[in-house]
Design a protein around this ligand. Structure first.
Ligand code: PRX
Length: 666
């Protein structure tokens, strides 16, 4: 058992210490006190914090109701309270500090960015809201966004929530088919995109991709097109509207629509262990509360800070830490359009130095990539403005942790390894910057209100420490996503039924004697490639559904995630051919691999393309037909002596064949 007992504790460096008056919890003692209160007296904790941190149009009457025993059906937070997300993120700061910088846009091409003050942000958001209103957007509507990380995306997200409408962001790396499914699932009437997007010097034809998706989206009647390059977009008469030309026609104030605390704020699609992506729906009051709380206490974000989160705005990290977290706390947020290595590997250091960034939040996959370029160039930059670093999305190995801490943080910044999920809406586990000692490679301690537990496969709590088990959470928290749009049954079955009385995270973990949690990785068939969460079933159905000359060519497919030094995990596909294709000389290994890659690229997106495709005679299956993915993972890792129990295999002779295809003939 990996207990992590050997890992050293790293005390919080002086520069990371909480600043008095910032509202951040000031020391470990206060963390412990507030944590205990959040667990033992949640009524007081949540009431006091929610009233202090958010502006309520109408204060809530009751703090919460419901529990996990009821499968989450009656979970409600801040009952009968009314508020507006945009008011909390923009207006209240624009009213008090109009000239504070809200956004710093770092465009794909360095030097072409600009800054936006809170006053300007308010105007831009209001104009966008008035335009959206004129297009018929109303409270409760779901508008699908297929947008890159640019300021207009932030204006539009905020404008939608200002009107009480929901944004449903689809990461602009998804293919038209994936976008189509998400638009149809949400029944959006309006889709918003750019004419083109720019990424690492390349042009992405976003509007063209949307047009392809819309061939099969019967609900969509309007497409709003933001000009990013001003080139190349084809406008469909009567359907497509140019955002830039229209938005300037509107006035600079649009009132906020107050919504009930439990009214939905946004949808975000995420992968589960079955093929179909799930539209996670977050509630307004709970999400805003969880986000402002973790942004403030984990990173110490406060007015005057420049927060730089490297995530794409189309994922939960982007929602919470590019947009809502920094703005709710009245800070400045960096809107980063490109990749950490464009135009070169010094881009992040240059941004930190130029804008005096105070917190830098990124993912292990980016850190591993940047580490390959060495340390010498980092030393050329003044990074002394940094107080905290953050990592998210996948486990951070000890050597990667140390490299980031020593070379970027110069051993003077906190490093918060934050563990959370699209579903959780806020960080669940981390050490708070400047507060608790850190342990390299460990997510750390529970955040306020979170009671992490380890379960054995039968659902019994493992109480001794250290221990290893399935990570679950014992009690509800405000920012937990409320449902899967249109399929509440699936929500219950995915999160609350596997272990009744607990929220099932999908991850395995160990907890050490000090209560520090170390995430092991997913225990279901979800794989994390460069921080992108993918269900192996999604990729398998993309492969199996693929056709050549209108004929199905793959009879079966299995996809597994294996360790990868750069991307964390990588996808490896095993595919079997239909009998007609077996002797067809047109199909070489290369053409079949190209076909498989194209299937995944077209159905999901480039980021999901397998690293390697093996064409095999059959898959290892149990007598009931279940694919034994564990066996495939071991064979890929070359661990032939660790294949485990094989007596349930219906086709044991296949093992030698698989080994010879993957590892070459003996
Ligand atoms: O496996 C865990 C991993 O990412 C999953 C959640 O993915 P997603 O919903 O896309 O959200 C990612 C960003 C919040 C989790 O089930 N994960 C996330 N953070 C960490 C992590 N694994 C280890 N350490 C982390 N800090």
């Amino acid at each position: 058992m990996a207990t992590h007992e050997h890992l050293t504790r790293v005390e919080q460096p002086r520069r990371s210490l909480p600043r008095p008056g910032s509202g951040q919890c000031q020391n470990e003692e206060e963390y412990r006190r507030l944590y205990e209160q959040s667990i033992n007296d949640p009524e007081t904790f949540y009431r006091e914090q929610a009233l202090a941190l958010l502006d309520w149009k109408r204060p809530f009457e009751k703090t919460f109701s419901g529990d996990f025993e009821g499968f989450g059906d009656s979970l409600r937070w801040f009952l009968n309270g009314e508020l507006n997300a945009c008011y909390n993120a923009v207006d209240r700061h624009a009213n008090k500090h109009p000239n504070d910088v809200a956004l710093i846009f770092e465009s794909d091409t360095p030097g072409q960015g600009y800054k936006v003050t809170y006053e300007e942000l308010l105007t831009n958001v209001c104009q966008a809201a008035l335009l959206l209103k004129s297009l018929g957007v109303e409270k409760g509507d779901v508008v699908t966004l297929y947008l890159p990380t640019i300021p207009q995306t932030i204006y539009i997200m905020l404008a939608l929530v200002r009107l009480g409408a929901l944004h449903s962001s689809v990461f602009a790396g998804f293919s038209p088919s994936a976008l189509r499914d998400r638009i149809n699932d949400a029944s959006s009437k309006l889709v918003i995109t750019t004419d083109q997007a720019k990424r690492a010097g390349k042009i992405i034809p976003t509007k063209e991709l949307v047009d392809k998706a819309l061939g099969e989206c019967p609900t969509v009647t309007q497409v709003l097109v933001v000009e990013r390059t001003g080139e190349g977009a084809n406008y469909v008469e009567g359907r497509d509207i140019n955002y830039n030309q229209e938005v300037v026609k509107f006035g600079n104030y649009c009132p906020c629509t107050s919504v009930d605390s439990e009214d939905p704020m946004f949808l975000l699609y995420t992968s589960g262990s079955t093929g179909k992506p799930k539209g996670l729906q977050h509630a307004t009051g709970g999400y805003l509360f969880g986000t402002i709380l973790c942004s403030k206490h984990v990173f110490g974000v406060t007015r005057g800070d420049v927060f730089f989160c490297v995530a794409d705005v189309g994922w939960i990290t982007g929602h919470s830490h590019v947009v809502y977290g920094p703005l709710l706390n009245g800070a400045t947020t960096v809107i980063f359009e490109t990749t950490p290595v464009y135009p070169n590997h010094m881009r992040l250091w240059d941004i930190v130095d130029t804008h005096k960034v105070t917190q830098l939040y990124t993912a292990p996959t980016a850190i591993r990539l940047l580490r390959k370029f060495g340390e010498a160039d980092i030393k050329k930059y003044d990074l002394s403005s940094l107080r905290a670093l953050g990592s998210v999305g996948e486990p951070i190995a000890k050597d990667v942790w140390e490299w980031f801490y020593e070379n970027v943080g110069r051993s003077q910044c906190a490093l918060c390894d934050t563990y959370w999920l699209t579903e959780s809406g806020m960080i669940l586990l981390t050490t708070l910057a400047g507060v608790s000692p850190m342990k390299p490679s460990g997510a750390g301690l529970p955040f306020f209100g979170i009671k992490p537990v380890l379960l054995d496969p039968s659902g019994n709590e493992i109480v001794e420490r250290p221990a290893e088990g399935i990570l679950a959470v014992r009690n509800p928290w405000p920012s937990l996503g409320r449902t899967i749009r249109g399929d509440h049954q699936r929500y219950r079955e995915t999160y609350l039924k596997p272990f009744p009385g607990y929220f099932f995270t999908g991850d395995g973990a160990t907890i050490d004697a000090d209560g520090y949690v170390f995430i092991g990785g997913r225990v279901d068939d979800v794989v994390n490639v460069s921080g992108h969460r993918l269900a192996t079933a999604e990729v398998e159905s993309a492969l199996i559904d693929g056709r050549i000359d209108n004929k199905s060519i793959l009879s079966d497919a299995a996809v597994v995630g294996v360790e990868d030094p750069l991307t964390g995990q990588a996808l490896i596909a095993f595919v079997c051919l239909e009998s007609w294709a077996l002797n067809d000389k047109d199909h070489t290994t290369q053409t079949l691999t190209d076909h498989c890659n194209a299937c995944v690229r077209d159905e999901i997106g480039k980021f999901a393309v397998p690293k390697k495709v093996f064409i095999v005679q059959d898959l290892p299956k149990t007598r009931s037909g279940k694919i034994m993915r564990r066996v495939l993972r071991k064979i890929v890792a070359g661990k032939n002596d660790e294949l485990g129990e094989l007596s349930t295999l219906s086709n044991p002779q296949i093992i030698d064949h698989l080994i010879s295809v993957v590892q070459g003939p003996k």
